[in-house]
Design a protein around this ligand. Sequence first.
Ligand code: PEP
Ligand code: MG
Length: 755
Amino acid sequence: MRGALGGPRLLLRRLREVMAEPVNAQARLDKIVILIAQNMVAEVCSVYVLRADQRLELYATEGLKREAVHLTMMRAGEGLVGLIAESAEPLALSDAQAHPAFSYKPETGEEIYHSFLGVPILRGGNTLGVLVVQNRARRAYSEEEVEALQTTAMLLAEMIASGQLQAFAVSGADIALRRPLSLRGAPISDGVGLGHVVLHEPRVVVKQLVAEDAQAELRRLESGIQAMRDQIDDLIERGDHIGAGEHREVLETVRMFAHDRGWLRRLREAVQTGLTAEAAVERVQNDARAKLQRQTDPYLRERLHDLDDLANRLLHQLTGQGSYADRETMPDNAILVARTMGPAALLEYDRGRLRGLVLEDGGPSSHVAIIARALGIACVGEVANVTDLVEQGDAIIIDGGAGEVQVRPQPDVESAYAEKARLRARRQEQYHNLRDTPAVTRDGVAISLHMNAGLLIDMQHMAETGAASIGLFRTELQFMIASRFPRMIEQYALYKAVLDASLGKPVTFRTLDIGSDKVLPYMAKLEEENPALGWRAIRIGLDRPALLRLQLRAMLRAGGGRDLRIMFPMVATAAEFDAAKQLVEREIAHLRRHHYDLPTKLELGVMVEVPSLLWQLDEICERADFLSVGSNDLMQYVYAIDRDNKRVSNRFDVLSAPALRVLRAIADKADATGTALTLCGEMGGKPIEALALIALGFRGLSMSPSSVGPVKAMILAAPLGETRAFLAARLDEHDGAHSLREDLRAFAEARGIPL
Ligand code: PEP
Ligand code: MG
């Protein structure tokens, strides 16, 4: 750079002095533009700030007419400044007026300037404004000058982010960074939470942007990089990272990037311009984010995450700041915001202080989602870019059932949600009051309501809900949140603790249901074309009997001296159930030989979730002590629709004749053969669906704890005989393929049945 006043380093030093002066933000900004103009030998230097209404407002200028400050406005995309804001890329022109995007603003008097250099003011990949220098003469700006201006823009980004400029915003024209946002994601766990943002991985705050001594800074950078590489190598070697939610593949990609020459060169160059090592990391990462965030290619966006991960690791090395939210100083109304999070990490937070969880990546079947549901924490997943859009401490509201997130809400939005939360709490109280009321229909038919569980923490809901039993204990959860295969003794300890906590009520343990969407991070991942139709659940158990036998042993030992119920998932043939029963027999023989206490009563059941069983119902009913319909999977296979694929999962309604006839066939057969029957898929927990199920003949439903109250309230008001006749008539109509949901809803409403 040819700057007569000593180049970028001197500029940065001067700017640092200005930043420290005790003047107001406008005066500081005015001084900054003068300094930049002088240093870059430019006649003009201007700062535009992006407002919430997506307009760019001139906040300070040296060289243009002063009267234009806070008056001149561009829309994003309008003029050269708007173009830079939109593209987040620098723009250098020796003849600005010849550019097609040039837009003339008479109040600024800028027509006399030919050359133009503008850079975006970026933070975390978001554009906060635009910094511009202009020269009267036609001239080319060198790459060094562009770099220097970008570095300077970082200082302005800090000023804007710190909220200093907000004081100068005209009312109704908040700066963009602080604007209210309404975001949408995937509903994961019901509940309305109002609180403040706690970033699970807080951004490293770079306090010192300008270096004292560039050589010393380069040395810091190099040793930081080395330390970070060693740390990654170490993690990969030790292999104990998985518990923290980190996968080997991710770490290996990050390690590869840590040796990328281009990245290292850019870091060194940024330090040469006078930045501290940490500011250089932020600068380089800002550029990468601005470029990659605009990509729609999922592969490239994934690489952005890897680069973020890398930059964060290096920043933590350089600044010594902790990687995770400080759990001690968390507010009482914390809403955690994370890109992704391992299930174990969520369990480490104080449940009492959490009002919600927002995830950028995690979908409804992610492990952390399972834990959030178990803990009853409102949760929304798949919220694009959320970690970039919020700041630590921002006011935030989450509605887990609707999949909505409101960031920095306006007062009217806030009071609407507060009202919703109050209503919900009142309803919860009503359900709670029903806890000891038996679930009996208006015409006197008893329905038993059971609860689904998978973790020891779920057991507390047993007393809260008054559930009749644990109708489905998903044993795979222990496996999914562990960092290696749980040993037999650990499985035994869990099952025993669950039985001890079950208040003397039965627990139906389901054997390991892994594969498909339920991945164990420590198990070699199989490349299967169709994992949902692949090697999963009992198929793995029968092919790897050692695994299943150890689990059965753990269950049988835990159930010693009491009643025990075990069921098998994804059974497709009666022969598979026979094979599973044989393994149980072998384990019983083993325990008997070793003089262990055996269960006083053992019942073995089959999950009905593979359609082939529909044509083996006689054989299955003859063999099984009980059946439990896994409607989530059964419907997935009946309709050939991936249960987690949003594009197709709403295509058919389970309340239409084909699905209901399938369920009726199972209920009829169970009734005719006297086989105990429940249903434990999500259907059972939705009042309108549960109404249809009891009308079809189901007398036992197992559901998530939060559904017990609403389903019971429905049952208490339902005239079963009338509902049964109503539904039977609809199902026997010939064009019964359409959804009966609206008919059923109208039926319920007319009779005051709460849905
Ligand atoms: C089901 O498939 O309905 C079921 C209860 O099992 P999971 O959801 O665990 O697959
Ligand atoms: Mg299933």
